[in-house]
Design a protein around this ligand. Structure first.
Ligand SMILES: O=C(O)C(=O)C[C@]1(C(=O)O)C=C[C@@H](O)C=C1
Length: 276
């Protein structure tokens, strides 16, 4: 049976596309307005898993999601990468000269900052979701308003694309994590990626020593993110993504860094995702 998968966003959003690519085109999605709702939907058992954007190659990390994940007790069971193409769309018959407002998800607006910055008179409005912005324009018959969203949203809600591919760089990719409650995040055979977090003392070289131990196992540190440590002003915890060939490399690295870190926790051991 296919799982019910919580997503941030609604019909036609990039999260829906990511969930379909990872699980199946028929996957049942549970739309949520915020990432906080996505996590609580899975924690409370209304959904079996969630697909959650974590970083974008132009706009960067979605920092609050690292903290949400760490606090949730959920486990990372996989990941997927999407090539994101953002378009400016409006009701049929509208031209660029009619537009006064542009609505979209904040990450989508950030990805198009260069293009939007060349139209200083447009008011930018942040919304929950790219596709929902398109839907509201259609349902409200809102002339003068454009949305930044993908092709699926334009098709679903009958909007015309006024300007295609308005993201600042052609190579615009978003990485999505697939997360589940620990009992649903089945162990994968031959994993080659892991996500962990830890903190170190404020002593000189403490992070460097941890990174050297990881490198000594022939592991590729694909991402290191620092996030504020709750209650520890100007102290940070680190979220690290490690890529390896053999699971034994990960085990050896974990043994080596355990005495050098505090609060070390493995968030998930999984297969490196494909790019679609
Ligand atoms: O608004 C959407 O369509 C989403 O799925 C959200 C989201 C994000 O959270 O980053 C997903 C992918 C794109 O990077 C832009 C927006």
């Amino acid at each position: 049976m296919l799982p019910a998968v919580a997503i941030q966003g609604f019909e036609g959003s990039f999260h829906q596309i990511a969930a379909r690519r990872y699980f199946s085109p028929e996957v049942e999605v549970v739309p949520c307005a915020t990432f906080g709702e996505v996590v609580s939907t899975v924690v409370q058992g209304t959904a079996d898993a969630a697909v959650m954007a974590i970083e974008n190659s132009i706009a960067g990390s979605i920092l609050p999601n690292y903290t949400l994940l760490r606090k949730s007790g959920l486990r990372v069971m996989g990941e997927t990468y999407l090539h994101i193409r953002q378009h400016l769309m409006a009701l049929p018959g509208q031209g660029l000269e009619d537009i006064t407002e542009v609505h979209s998800h904040p990450m989508a607006l950030l990805q198009c900052a260069d293009y939007l910055g060349r139209h200083r008179h447009w008011r930018l409005v942040e919304t929950e979701d790219t596709a929902l912005s398109a839907q509201r324009i259609r349902e409200g018959g809102r002339a003068g308003v454009a949305a930044v969203a993908g092709t699926l949203a334009a098709e679903l809600f009958g909007l015309d694309i006024l300007e295609a591919d308005i993201h600042s760089e052609k190579k615009n990719y978003t990485r999505f994590l697939v997360v589940a409650r620990p009992e649903n995040a089945a162990e994968v055979a031959q994993p080659n990626k892991a996500s962990l977090y830890f903190h170190t003392t404020h002593a000189q070289g403490s992070l460097a020593r941890v990174l050297v131990r990881i490198a000594e196992q022939g592991i590729n540190l694909s991402k290191l993110q620092s996030c504020p440590k709750p209650g520890g002003t100007w102290h940070y915890y680190f979220h690290a993504d490690l890529e390896f060939e053999q699971p034994e490399q990960l085990q050896a690295a974990l043994r080596a860094i355990a005495p050098l870190t505090e609060g070390l926790e493995v968030l998930g051991v999984y297969h490196k995702g494909d790019t679609h």
